[in-house]
Design a protein around this ligand. Structure first.
Ligand SMILES: [Zn+2]
Length: 365
């Protein structure tokens, strides 16, 4: 079977003509396989959804229980079949529950990796290379300038700043799903023992990580904290909250931002403490991960496609860009529940010196 008969790109996402299903479609479809819970990959409104149990749980948290007509949980390593196409989910190491999806039929195997990273992360199931004929990769950080440092070394910048400025709150911008919880775990690994304060938009996802056995230590809502608790505290919030009214309750905070983009964008965002912590493969990781699959062919979905395709050609692989749109915007998620939607927000917010402002979710345009 030619690979394109098993899977090819369409304006709605990757589509399998043989299996009649999409992977991470950008618009509602009859049958969707979902790699992970970030909103650019997992959307509400599909007829039937197959994903890992954790991704299904995360979608239910973000969109409500009725986010799809029917759902089917796929365990890692378990081979399922849809219309004669074999389907196996494998860990992608990106966020909790994230998966690469391997399709096989008549001797042809294609792996759609979604977003992935091979580096260590106690908050995600470890990435595993899956042997295949065609590997489909993103290329968010597919340029030689992107070489992510050791996340422990980046975390040490934060703990050093806490020691230097014990009277100042440290406001850390991080995406509500995945990055926020990873920063918490990194802080715990670095020996930070104080309660970590969070924005309300992160509460349910953080609770979910903890309920799945991810150790994050004491985590409290920032809005419930007394002013004295804010001194020297780490406060994690969605990037959009760092500049809105919500952040004014923290006098003279140190502003930090945890993202792979901090390699190049720290100054333009006015961040005092850029933390290069990424949940995506960097330039070296991309190459090593692709070669580890033993694939003959590489398809690149989005990001720095041309550079990765060029590298693959030099490495002896057939490679082509898919020019897919609608991905790579997990940084602009609009789906996290606003703090004001929680039932307890009717109570007076005694920690805030100003009137309680609606805490914006990740609503960056
Ligand atoms: Zn993602």
């Amino acid at each position: 079977m030619r690979p394109e008969e098993l899977l090819h790109s369409t304006p709605q996402g990757l589509y399998s003509p043989a299996g009649d299903f999409f992977i991470d479609p950008t618009r509602p479809v009859a049958r969707a396989l979902i790699t992970h819970g970030h909103s650019d990959h997992a959307r509400a409104g599909h007829g039937a959804v197959m994903a890992t149990r954790r991704t299904l749980d995360i979608m239910a948290i973000r969109y409500g229980e009725g986010f799809a007509g029917t759902t089917q949980a796929a365990a890692y390593g378990e081979r399922l079949e849809v219309n004669g196409v074999g389907i196996t989910f494998h860990p992608a190491g990106h966020i909790l529950g994230s998966a690469q999806i391997a399709l096989d039929r008549q001797g042809c195997t294609i792996v759609a990796s979604g977003d992935y990273k091979p580096g260590a992360d106690p908050t995600a199931e470890p990435f595993e290379p899956v042997p295949c004929h065609v590997f489909i990769s993103e290329a968010t950080f597919g340029l030689p300038v992107f070489r992510h440092p050791d996340p422990a070394q980046e975390t040490a910048k934060l703990t050093a700043s806490l020691a230097l400025f014990p009277e100042r709150a440290h406001l850390v911008g991080a995406y509500a799903l995945g990055k926020a919880q990873r920063v918490m775990a990194l802080l715990r690994a670095a020996g930070h023992e104080r309660p970590i304060l969070i924005h309300g938009a992160m509460e349910r996802l953080t609770d979910y990580y903890r309920s799945e056995g991810i150790a994050l230590g004491a985590v409290h809502l920032a809005r419930d904290a007394a002013p004295a608790e804010l001194a020297g505290a780490v406060v994690i919030c969605p990037p959009g909250a760092m500049t809105d009214l919500w952040s004014r309750r923290f006098p003279d905070p140190v502003t930090a931002f945890a993202s792979g983009w901090m390699r190049i964008r720290a100054r333009q965002n006015g961040v005092e403490l850029p933390l290069i912590i990424s949940d995506h493969a960097d330039w070296d990781d991309l190459q090593a991960s692709i070669l580890a699959t033993g694939c003959e062919e590489l398809w690149v979905t989005h990001g720095q496609e041309d550079a990765l395709v060029h590298w693959a050609g030099l490495a002896g692989l057939r490679a082509r860009p898919l020019h897919m749109v609608g991905y790579g915007e997990e940084e602009a998620e609009t789906t996290a529940a606003p703090d004001t939607a929680a039932p307890d927000t009717a109570a007076p917010d005694t920690a805030a010196p100003d009137t309680p402002a609606p805490e914006s979710p990740e609503t960056q345009p």
